[in-house]
Design a binder for this molecule. Structure first.
Ligand code: BDP
Length: 682
């Protein structure tokens, strides 16, 4: 038990629990029409139930007698005649399912609109068993809220993973495929069980060798991965190099309006679909951090993406076009161009100009996955353009899977944030799920945190971020507490002490991490390049547009319309006004929007400087508490996992002290203001 089995460990149940569920566990009834997805469902049920209950289920094709788990699609309605409300069947979408218990015959019916629904329903049933929830009186209709529920793997073909903190790539090594298909299958099981349905498995920064993934040299292997994912309801996508017509096609341009370029892409896309008939499409990072793009040819991003979209259109493919476009070569002496403004400035004016199968991919915030930043003002601002929200499950700026930082509470805040795009009650979740605007494609995507470490995510508790991410994409209404409770029970079992301790540790860990790192939304203060560990001025005099402007009088970035960069004005008026005014701007984002003196009083009643001192001392105390709470679970957690996580907490405690001391000392020296509590600041 080293974490490999993840939340699909299917831990053996106690005798009492077994006897409660036994009546339901005898036979599986399979649908008439077999498929790879139905087969995955069957395999998973057999595996889960034999592992938890030591029962080998029999299999039949007709529903008769008692103790059946019935898997059916809408085509098999006669199987469940009279037991299912047909109105409810009509409510299902292509991935939805309903689940109903039939107490008279100790049976459970899982009915999907399609075979995918069966798979998701199967994982739901297994989850109920894993968490020891009741199977009596179940009558559920479940549809995923988001249509696209995706992961972006940032894997390079040399085997490294960009911003990867859990070993090397699951897919590649030495510039070829690893071909450990069993492991990829296990990965597919994990993703599908959490609700995901799409994966792009190479880095958005596409180097020379990855450009070739769309050539016959590698397409057979891409097709093999797609086969594995398909059996778990997951579509395969690739990141592509915008300059492919030059690099692969030998053309002298990649100009999107050039006839030869357009034809080259059309032929290329046709070829991809010969290998993978249900290929999902591509992710494109263009004109961003030195990647090629349409700007080179004086074209805009609608020209650039529409050209690709046309090539994909006949095959039903999608073009995910990233909005992470900003000038990464800005001169720090000219701070008039605020990086936070860039995505909105580039894309907002193009609303309505994108083809139907282009989806803009927008990071949750305008900067780059900081521990805290404002939300991107693009959400809701482009009613005529498909959007997906991009999160980062990989903890690039949040402790790199060496610190515990459970991000579900952060993502909940973002999804619940009211954009006011259609007046009050237009939260981001309602924009990206397509319920407010008539988008053809929309949903959520995220940078993955997994790699080939035995336990997938380096820090075993970081698995909770991957699991929770999937669950939130399926249903953003789930609370952080519900998701956490599921994950802990599925991973470590139902011992109430473990459930309570681990849940509370997870739920408070984002706040703890924020406490000892960069304060009040200002962000950054990390070492350049690798982004690990404190360095207050690491990016301050650099060209990346990421500044805190601390001097002896004050700190923070003035992003107001009145006196600053004007970024606050990109939000809808209600939010723009809230952020513009220092009195209504929430404390936790104060320094993201305002430059204030150290003596500025927060709503909490503390001064900014005292807040910095206090939170940094508290953060270290909380990190120490995490370690001692974990230590108290010795004997209740499998030894290898226990030890591995303990070592990470030991590091976290020491590293949090380094953060505390560097940040506190820096601001003590800058401001000359002593700590009210006279603690030692080095
Ligand atoms: C930043 C990462 C960089 C990525 C970039 C991106 O530091 O490695 O390439 O985002 O999203 O967070 O493209």
């Amino acid at each position: 038990e080293n974490g490999y089995e993840s939340w699909l460990a299917y831990l053996p149940k106690s005798e009492v629990t077994k006897s409660n569920y036994k009546p339901f566990l005898k036979n599986i009834v399979l649908p008439k029409k077999d498929s790879v997805v139905v087969n995955s469902s069957k395999e998973e049920l057999l595996r889960g139930i034999s592992s938890m209950f030591q029962v080998e289920l029999t299999i039949s094709t007709v529903f008769e007698g008692t103790s059946n788990i019935v898997l059916a699609t809408a085509d098999d309605l006669e199987q469940v005649d009279g037991l299912i409300d047909t109105d409810k069947v009509a409510q299902l979408n292509s991935e939805g399912y309903l689940m109903k218990s039939v107490p008279e015959s100790d049976s459970i019916i899982i009915l999907g609109k399609t075979d995918k629904g069966i798979l998701y329903g199967t994982f739901h049933l297994l989850r109920l068993l894993q968490t020891e929830s009741s199977l009596q009186n179940i009558d559920i209709v479940e549809n995923p809220r988001n249509q696209i529920r995706m992961l972006n793997e940032w894997d390079n073909m040399d085997g490294s993973v960009e911003r990867g903190y859990s070993g090397n790539s699951l897919f590649f090594e030495d510039n070829r495929f690893v071909r450990d298909w069993d492991r990829i299958k296990d990965y597919a099981r994990m993703l599908s069980s959490s609700g995901l349905n799409a994966v792009a498995f190479n880095n958005v920064n596409v180097h020379e060798v990855e450009s070739k993934l769309i050539t016959p040299e590698f397409l057979p292997d891409v097709a093999k991965v797609a086969d594995i994912f398909r059996a778990y309801g997951i579509k395969t996508y690739l990141s592509i190099n915008y300059a492919s017509p030059i690099e692969l096609g030998g053309l002298d341009t990649a100009d999107p309006l050039d006839e030869n370029v357009r034809n080259w892409w059309k032929e290329k896309v046709k070829e991809i679909y010969e290998y993978i008939p249900d290929f999902g499409g591509v992710v494109v990072k263009a004109d961003s951090e030195h990647r090629p793009g349409p700007f080179t040819y004086g074209r805009n991003h609608a020209d650039g993406s529409n050209m690709l979209a046309e090539a994909f259109e006949p095959f039903g493919g999608i073009v995910f076009w990233r909005c992470f476009v900003y000038n990464c070569l800005q001169d720090w002496r000219d701070r008039s161009t605020d990086r936070a403004r860039a995505a909105y400035d580039h894309f907002k004016p193009l609303d309505g100009e994108f083809n139907d199968n282009v989806v803009l991919q927008i990071k949750n915030g305008p900067m780059d996955f900081q521990v805290r930043e404002g939300v991107s003002p693009l959400f809701g601002a482009m009613p005529k353009t498909n959007q997906v929200l991009e999160f980062q499950v990989a903890q690039e700026y949040t402790g790199q899977q060496r610190h515990l930082c459970y991000l579900i509470p952060q993502w909940k805040e973002i999804l619940d944030f009211d954009t006011y795009a259609q007046g009050e009650g237009t939260p981001i979740k309602s924009v990206v799920d397509g319920s407010k605007f008539p988008y053809t494609y929309c949903g959520i995507t995220a940078v993955s945190n997994s790699g080939n470490d035995e336990n997938w995510t380096g820090h075993t508790l970081a698995q909770a971020n991957l699991y929770g991410y999937g669950r939130l994409t399926w249903n953003p209404e789930l609370s952080s507490e519900e998701i956490t409770d599921e994950w802990v029970k599925m991973t470590f079992g139902t011992d109430p002490v473990v459930v309570k301790e681990v849940s509370e540790m997870l739920l408070g860990s984002w706040r703890t991490y924020e406490n000892y790192t960069s304060p009040l939304g200002v962000g950054w203060m990390v070492n350049p390049n690798h982004h690990y560990g404190p360095n207050v001025d690491g990016y301050e005099y650099d060209r990346w547009g990421t500044y805190h402007f601390a001097d002896w009088k004050g700190i923070g970035v003035d992003r107001t319309v009145a006196t600053g960069t004007g970024y606050a004005g990109q939000y809808f008026p209600e939010n723009a006004e809230m952020y513009e005014n220092v009195d209504t701007c929430p404390d936790e984002l104060l320094l993201f929007f305002h430059h204030v003196p150290y003596t500025h009083k927060l709503k909490s009643g503390k001064t900014v400087i005292q807040h910095i001192y206090d939170t940094h001392f508290e953060g270290v105390e909380e990190a120490e508490e995490l370690k001692s709470r974990w230590s108290s679970l010795e004997g209740k957690i499998p030894p290898m996992i226990f030890q591995g996580v303990l070592e990470r907490f030991e590091h976290q405690v020491e590293h949090s002290k380094e953060w505390r001391d560097i940040i506190n000392t820096y601001f003590y020296r800058k401001s000359g203001i002593a700590d009210e509590k006279n603690r030692k600041i080095y």
